[in-house]
Design a binder for this molecule. Structure first.
Ligand code: PPS
Ligand code: ADP
Length: 197
């Protein structure tokens, strides 16, 4: 940090916000292949939390890659920068007392380690949305796998760019054997069991 930047302490702290909200703030970080089910499960999980009276906000490709990260692509370097900025934004949301839901492919262990480092390990719950490449390709929600196979998209995760599965995620959802509602219940139960909500 520049030597000329002096931090000002604000009266309204994260813990005061958490007290008023009646819950802790942290990040639910969904990782998985494109089409694995991250957005679908994140969206339903947010709905469930929201109607329980929890303050939430969801970050995903739609509100991030078209705004703050417009111009970043899918090279290894651009993904790292994409995720670095998302982690910094998530950290601000957590400071604002909000349970932040982030759904990004975040393909590499080192990408996610950077996120954990920025957000803080205790403030991040990693959720692995585990769906085989075959199933994601069968779903092909956005028609991108077809394009990637045809060589029309380069560096597509799972095709010609790697995806490294988390080694020890807090929550592991296998979508080929778990329905969306069951996945959401699993997340809510985890949060209740660990006294996060
Ligand atoms: N090359 C390549 N690889 C992977 N995904 C691609 C690519 N090009 C475009 N898309 C679409 O962008 C979405 C992934 O963006 P993310 O910001 O989550 O990716 S990353 O975390 O920076 O790797 C991803 O969205 P989801 O399907 O929601 O995961 C794709 O629809
Ligand atoms: N058990 C499941 N969990 C999540 N999504 C599922 C499941 N079964 C089928 N799907 C479907 O898979 C697709 C996943 O797409 P999406 O949520 O956009 O994935 P991602 O955000 O990971 O790219 C959706 O069409 C969803 O309805």
């Amino acid at each position: 940090m520049s030597e000329n930047i002096v931090i000002h302490d604000y009266e309204i702290s994260r813990s005061k916000r958490n007290k008023v909200n009646g819950h802790e703030s942290f990040v639910l970080w969904f990782t998985g292949l494109s089409g694995s089910g991250k957005s679908t499960i994140a969206n339903k999980a947010e709905e469930e939390l929201f109607y329980k009276g929890v303050s939430t906000y969801a970050l995903d490709g739609d509100n991030i890659r078209s705004g703050i990260n417009k111009g970043l692509g899918f090279t290894k370097e651009d993904r790292l920068e994409n995720l670095r900025r998302i982690a910094e934004v998530s950290k601000l949301f957590v400071d604002a007392g909000i349970i932040t839901i982030a759904a990004f492919v975040s393909p590499l262990i080192s990408d996610r380690d950077q996120v954990k480092h920025i957000v803080g390990e205790n403030d991040l719950i990693e959720i692995f949305v585990d769906t085989s490449l075959e199933e994601c390709e069968r779903r092909d929600v956005k028609g991108l796998y077809k394009k990637a196979r045809a060589g029309e998209i380069k560096n597509f995760t799972g095709i010609d760019a790697p995806y490294e599965a988390p080694l020890n995620p807090e929550i592991h959802i296998e979508t080929e054997t778990t329905k969306v509602d069951e996945a959401v219940q699993h997340i809510i139960e985890y949060l209740e069991k660990t006294h996060r909500i």
